[in-house]
Structure formats: structure tokens, C-alpha cells
Design a protein around this ligand. Structure first.
Ligand SMILES: [Fe+2]
Ligand SMILES: [Fe+2]
Length: 325
């Protein structure tokens, strides 16, 4: 299995590896099928940009680093419900949010590596919610590495899940301010989680918004959320491959983002997730098959000989670039 851009789909060689959903979270196309050209056109109109496929090149790659699709869709539904209650000015169903947080913490704890399903593999209506789920999964991985305890992880996750809740609220203020004003009045939501919504667009050098806080004034959870948020945008909306997104974050480390947390992020988020087609420094083409311990040194399989090697055992061998299709 591997993730490709919809434009790269080839009916002759590929079939769907995961279902495609519509805006109501219903299965539109089931896994195991080929996409016929008429449907492909429809998916393009729906602006679905990424799909998971099975083909000869990706045979045997299982991508266990991903959340399973039904769990991801359930999580998206809970975030959607939360955002929609806020839109109608009702009080939040915090219990459901906490239940989801516990589930996501579990998903992160049981895996060594977790890669995100781009939110642009869904229709536009669901992307904001999918974005929030993805940001939470990324933030939790960093929280786990830092050694936050379960209560701290919960606050970080609640903050990350709801960081953009202000985007669906009326009013002239920025979404960070609206989100904060709403969340801080919710009795069961901690003030720290509310501050994640408030501070996730602040920059380390004090040039961010809404208050221009500097690195010392920004809360740790908001710093983590800011990095996870930018990475998710780059990979999902801007279709930038993970290794380039990580480079962009490194370039902004010390100015927009905390150096320390960018370093942790880069060490713990895979630059080349399984299923990525790559060109090696020896000129050969390969596909990333799995990641066991070192995030930047995965296992790769040569396309010509099918030989699989660990880049940890071949320290002089480098991935030079990614190859599409
Ligand atoms: Fe935001
Ligand atoms: Fe965001």
C-alpha cells in the first residue's frame, strides 16, 4: 500500500487500498476496487487530492503507522459535532471530547511511529476537523517524547483538537481569540487547553498573533501545537512531501518556532513514510517499506532487485529525492 496524489492514479496498475469517503462520512468507493475514469473525474471535482493504492511496487507494505480509517472518521465526527455545537452557541459535550482524547492517546502510545492521513484525502467540508485530529496526533507524539504525564497529555490533546474552534464562530476577532474566549468559559476544559487555541499562531521571535508573545511567554503546549499545525498544513493543504515540510520547519526554527521542539519533531516524525518512492545516492530507485527505530533511516526495497535493506546498516547510503508515481 502507498499514498499517492489522485493525479498519479493509473487504472492499469493500481487499485484502491482504503475506501474513499464522501462529505457525510459514507463510503463512496470501497477498498479493493479500481477507479473507473468517470469516477476519477468526480473525485477531482470533489477536490480529493490523495488516495491510498495497492500496486506491484508497494506490495507487502502494510502502513501500520496509520490510524485505521474507521477510527479516523469517528474522531473527525466527534470534532465536527463539537464545532457544530459551538456554532449554535450550545455548551460543548466535553465527555465525548475526553473520550476521543483517551482513544488518541492510546493510539499514539501503542505505536513507535504514527503518520497522518492527509486531510485533503477528504472533501473540503471535513478537512478542518480532520486537520484538528491530525494536529492532535502529531502533538501527542511530541508530548509523549517530552515525557508529559497522562493529565498533561490530555490537556495538550484537548487544546490541539479544539485549537481552531474559533474558525466556526461568529465575531470579528481572530479565531485564536474567539476560541480562547469560548473555551475558557467551559468549566471542564482546562485553562491550559484554552491557551493552546489562544497562542497557536504566536511566533518564537514575538512576531506572531494575536498578542506578539515571545518564546518565553508562549506555553509549551501551544508551541507544540504551532509546529504540528504548520506541518499538517504543509503536508495536507500544500501537498508538500513530509521531508520538505520538516526542512521548512527547521528553517523556521528559532524564528517562528521553538528550536528545541522543532528538533524533537524532526527526530520523531518520519521524513519518508513507508510507501514513499525514492532515489538513492547509488542511483537506484527504491520504495520505503518500514521504519523500525530511526525515523530518518527507514528500510527501503530496490525496485529492480527487490532487495530490502536497512539504511541504519548502510550509513553512507542516502535518500537523494522522492520520485512520483
Ligand atoms: Fe489556527
Ligand atoms: Fe490549525
Amino acid at each position: 500500500m502507498r499514498l499517492i496524489l489522485l493525479d498519479e492514479y493509473n487504472e492499469q496498475t493500481m487499485q484502491l487500498a482504503k475506501p474513499i469517503y464522501d462529505r457525510h462520512r459514507r463510503v463512496l468507493l470501497a477498498a479493493g476496487r479500481k477507479i473507473d475514469p468517470k469516477y476519477l473525474e468526480r473525485l477531482k471535482q470533489m477536490d480529493i487530492r490523495y488516495i491510498f493504492v495497492d500496486d506491484a511496487v508497494s506490495e507487502g507494505i502494510t502502513m501500520e503507522e496509520l490510524l485505521d480509517m474507521p477510527s479516523w472518521m469517528d474522531a473527525i465526527e466527534i470534532v465536527q459535532q463539537a464545532f457544530e455545537t459551538v456554532k449554535t452557541k450550545q455548551s460543548l459535550d466535553v465527555r465525548n471530547v475526553f473520550k476521543l482524547v483517551a482513544k488518541l492517546v492510546d493510539e499514539v502510545n501503542k505505536r513507535k511511529v504514527l503518520t497522518i492521513i492527509p486531510s485533503t484525502s477528504l472533501e473540503a467540508d471535513l478537512r478542518l476537523y480532520a486537520h484538528c485530529v491530525n494536529v492532535t496526533l502529531l502533538a501527542l507524539q511530541i508530548g509523549k517524547k517530552i515525557g508529559l504525564n497522562s493529565l498533561q497529555l490530555r490537556d495538550l490533546a484537548v487544546g490541539a483538537l479544539l485549537h481552531d474552534i474559533g474558525k466556526v464562530m461568529d465575531g470579528k476577532e481572530e479565531h485564536t481569540v474567539k476560541g480562547f474566549e469560548y473555551l475558557r468559559k467551559e468549566r471542564e476544559i482546562s485553562l491550559l487547553a484554552a491557551h493552546v487555541a489562544y497562542q497557536h499562531h504566536e511566533f518564537h521571535d514575538g512576531t506572531g498573533a494575536p498578542r506578539g508573545l515571545n518564546g518565553e511567554q508562549i506555553h509549551l503546549y501551544a508551541k507544540i501545537c504551532a509546529i504540528a499545525n504548520e506541518f499538517e498544513h504543509l503536508v495536507s493543504s500544500q501537498q508538500i512531501p513530509p521531508h520538505e515540510a520538516l526542512e521548512i520547519l527547521m528553517a523556521k526554527s528559532g524564528s517562528h518556532h521553538s528550536q528545541e521542539i522543532v528538533r524533537l519533531f524532526v527526530e520523531n516524525i518520519p521524513a519518508y513514510p513507508p510507501g514513499t518512492r525514492v532515489k538513492m545516492s547509488n542511483g537506484k530507485e527504491a520504495i520505503v517499506t518500514k521504519i523500525i527505530s530511526h525515523m530518518q533511516r527507514p528500510y527501503v526495497r530496490y525496485l529492480d532487485t527487490h532487495e530490502e535493506i536497512s539504511l541504519i546498516d548502510h550509513p553512507s547510503l542516502l535518500i537523494v529525492e522522492t520520485v512520483s508515481v
